[in-house]
Ligand binder design. Structure first.
Ligand code: MTE
Ligand code: HPA
Ligand code: MOS
Length: 783
């Protein structure tokens, strides 16, 4: 390299479309997931014994047949837990093993340890348990009726709903049900616990939240946190399902390891994983809204009941996020929003991409869709009319929870997508097609997204990192974030490479490890790169400062007056008159005893939230997006296909456009699955019958549209986020609303768009057919 060719002004590592840090290892099958870690000699295998009853007292447990089954080494129940029988993340109502009472079909009652995974699983089925059955509640509506909640109801009011609805020229009211969703991470839940000297435990597991796993294990075993080390190199997907709910598996394996003084692995097979673990909350809504002749919303009241399951888990913050996303991109002056976490005898529902945000926002989109059809208007027109104002002067830019919507770009973003997708021309074409096509009907819809970025529990918005520069100039990063495929390690490595002015190939992230960075938050709320990127940047910055001071002194350059006098770029360090390769500088600095590693810490500024009044500014900023979807349905069978989707997402100054586009695509398709094909179904006995891919249909490649355009909106985050980027993990899931409302549009065409179809989610083929038939029947009654 010619030291005197100065590329520093054009050189950049952030903002480049770099492949995922593990992409090559993923495709070569070399990437190590927890189950691929070579097992230590003497490793035993565990399986869980599950409740067969939905709600019952346990009168007796006969485990003789389990103990005598081939290969079985030990069986443990609640009384064998050395510490506390609890793995609940917030409220301590989550037993690791049921003690005297079961509250859903699938609840773990005991753990079998055997010489093989297969032996443990077979033995787990042999228990004879005597139950005294109790009445069960399965649906959120039943829970509301019975007034049984896992937490006190939330209510947020602004303005005067009663006065506003009374004064409204038009009203719309109704109910909506939106089903839950199984995470279906490709790698199931797994924990491998290895006892170490001094009662210490090494925990290798698949989790979004290593620090919480450390805490849970310490608690369950009666240990100090310093005795538990949790490590996660990567997950084969988490999607929120490993934010709190990896805890059960980790705790169960740790209990066995502690009792037996042996390494124990607990790997859930798919059916057990689906029977045991919580999912996305399904929601039932009752709504009433007022609007004027133009379609502008004047009053909204929504009561949401969510299926929390048998325990609280994260339902409180999920419900809070639903309340804070009911507005989506719209200004709602007079509102009355209630959210109730119904206690049901089902799996304890948990975080799932969007974390209640999608469930809140879809309610208002449904209301707007109804209003547009009632007025015979293009829903896009009604949507635009209700958008938050661009600036304060309009008096329409404060959310129902009191946060100012600064930097509102939704108007421009929608305008760009409207043009690039040829929405208007295609809407006309769809209608022309429908006029000529009696059986097949097309539908089109465009929907916006505004999503609040930050954990809605303020103290969680913190992160730490450790950056090591070795003598050869290579760099190793450890940060609190976990890699679940979303690319946080790639982005954090890019940030550090940028800070040190070196090529990305010199930088690597290690496994997340609680012994390196302490007290981390879950990698969740889409904040992984925002928080850990900032923490790692600060660590790298400290090292760079030390190097700059050291070399400035050598070169006789004054950096006290000009901080930019020493520049780091393109693997070189330069002043106006000197240049040295980064690696050489590092070697020199080492010999001069300059510290070449540093920690870094970040806490998101300007957050403020009062959980009691549901008021404040819980979010650091908002991410925006919009999508247009066009579908075709068969009105004789209810079958449908997504023909075309155009997505535009605001990733700010994207840290890595390739990864961000992948995230937008994935989130959209995952959201489409939630709203269309993925149906969770419990039988009358409360048993989840859709507990395998044979009965639970997630989208596949062939469900992606032939025309799939995903673009990033050119924008710079106005707040000082990491390189002015914006989070991308969850918000684009809401872009899938456009598929649901396009299906609804196609159904409405059957009655010439005069009737609002009754359509709940998921809009399965069955549901679509049913909606078509009801629309036809109403149309016949009132021709
Ligand atoms: N992408 C992949 N490939 N796998 C995942 O499990 N989880 C999503 C999203 N994207 C997920 C994913 C969820 S629920 C969140 S909160 C974010 O990634 C978390 O990562 P981030 O904060 O680094 O974006
Ligand atoms: N998202 C994900 N996890 C969380 C949140 C959130 O907003 N708040 C608390 N835990
Ligand atoms: Mo994501 S649901 O915040 O893990």
């Amino acid at each position: 390299m010619n030291a005197f060719v100065d590329n520093s002004s054009i050189w950049s590592e952030v903002g480049q479309a770099r492949p995922h840090e593990s992409a090559a290892m993923h495709v070569a099958g070399e990437a190590t997931y927890t189950d691929d870690i070579p097992e230590v000699q003497g490793t035993r295998h565990a399986a869980l014994g599950l409740s067969q009853k939905v709600h019952a007292l346990i009168k007796s447990i006969d485990l003789d047949a389990v103990k005598n089954a081939p290969g079985v080494i030990a069986v443990f129940t609640a009384k064998d837990i050395p510490g506390v029988n609890d793995c609940g993340p917030i409220i301590h109502d989550d037993p690791i093993l049921a003690d005297g009472k079961v509250e859903y079909v699938g609840q773990p009652i005991f753990i079998v340890v055997a010489d093989s995974h297969d032996h443990a699983r077979r033995a787990a089925r042999k228990a004879i348990i005597d139950y005294e059955e109790l009445p069960a509640i399965l649906t959120p509506q039943e829970a509301k009726q019975a007034n049984t909640f896992v937490l006190p109801p939330l209510r947020l009011q602004r303005g005067d709903f009663k006065r506003a609805i009374d004064a409204s020229p038009h009203r719309v009211s109704g109910e909506l049900y939106v089903g839950g969703q199984e995470h279906f991470y490709l790698e199931g839940q797994i924990a491998y616990v290895i006892p170490k000297e001094g009662h210490c435990m090494q925990v290798l597991c698949s989790t979004q939240h290593p620090s919480e796993m450390q805490h849970v294990v310490a608690h369950a075993l009666g240990l100090h946190s310093h005795q538990v080390v949790v490590e996660c190199r990567r997950m084969g997907g988490g999607f929120g399902g490993k934010e709190s709910q990896s805890a059960l598996w980790v705790a169960a394996a740790a209990i066995c390891a502690a009792r037996l003084h042996r390494p124990v692995k607990l790997r859930a097979d798919r059916d057990d994983d689906m029977m045991v673990s919580g999912k996305r909350h399904c929601f039932h809504y009752e709504y009433e809204a007022g609007y004027d002749d133009d379609g502008r919303i004047t009053a909204v009241k929504v009561e949401m009941v969510l299926r929390a399951g048998f325990s609280a888990d994260l339902s409180g913050p999920v419900a809070t996020r639903a309340v804070c996303h009911l507005d989506n991109a719209y200004y709602l002056s007079d509102v009355d929003i209630a959210a109730m976490c119904g206690k049901t005898n089902t799996q304890s529902n948990t975080a799932f991409r969007g974390f209640g945000g999608p469930q809140g926002a879809i309610a208002i989109e449904n209301i707007i869709d109804n209003i547009a059809r009632n007025l015979g208007k293009d829903p896009l027109e009604v949507r635009k009319m209700n958008f938050y104002g661009r600036d304060e002067a309009e008096g329409r830019n404060t959310t129902q929870y009191g946060q100012k919507v600064a930097d509102n770009i939704i108007h421009d973003l929608i305008a760009e997508l409207e043009a690039s997708s040829e929405y208007h021309q295609r809407r006309i074409a769809v209608r022309e097609f429908n006029n000529k096509s009696p059986i097949l009907k097309k539908g089109i819809a465009i929907t916006p997204v505004k999503f609040g970025i930050a954990f809605n529990v303020t103290h969680l918005n913190q992160a730490g990192a450790l950056v090591h520069v070795y003598g050869d100039g290579s760099v190793l990063i450890n940060h609190g974030g976990t890699e679940m495929g979303q690319g946080v390690n790639t982005k954090v490595a890019q940030v550090v490479a940028q800070e040190l002015g070196i090529n990305l190939r010199h930088v690597r992230c290690t496994a997340t490890d609680t012994s390196k960075v302490a007290n981390t938050s879950a990698t969740a709320a889409s904040t992984g790169a925002d928080l850990n990127g900032k923490a790692a940047q600060q660590a790298a910055h400290s090292i760079r400062e030390r190097l700059a001071h050291f070399i400035a002194k050598e070169w006789g350059v004054d950096i006290t007056t000009d901080a930019a006098a020493i520049r780091f770029a393109d693997d070189m360090v330069r002043s106006d008159r000197h240049a040295i390769p980064f690696t050489e500088l590092v070697q020199k600095a080492y010999l001069a005893r300059v510290q070449l590693w540093s920690d870094g810490f970040y806490a998101t500024p300007n957050l403020q939230w009062d959980a009691k009044t549901l008021n404040g500014s819980p979010f650091s900023y908002f991410a925006y997006g919009a999508a247009v979807s066009e579908v075709i349905i068969d009105t004789l069978t209810g079958e449908w296909k997504l023909l075309r989707a155009d997505l535009l997402y605001d990733a700010g100054n994207s840290l890595n456009p390739a990864i961000d586009i992948g995230q937008v695509e994935g989130a959209f398709i995952q959201g489409m699955g939630w709203l269309t094909t993925e149906e969770l179904w419990w039988n009358k006995e409360g048993k989840l019958m859709t507990h395998a891919p044979s009965t639970y249909k997630i989208p596949s490649v062939s469900d992606c549209p032939d025309h799939f355009s995903v673009k990033l909106f050119k924008n710079k985050n106005s707040v000082d986020s990491i390189h002015h980027s914006k989070a991308v993990g969850e918000p684009p899931l809401l872009l899938s609303f456009s598929v649901f409302f396009a299906i609804r549009d196609a159904i409405a065409s059957v009655a010439h768009y005069t009737i609002n179809p009754v359509l709940n989610a998921p809009a399965t083929c069955e549901a679509i057919l049913h909606a078509v038939e009801s629309v036809r029947a109403v149309n016949m009654d009132h021709p």
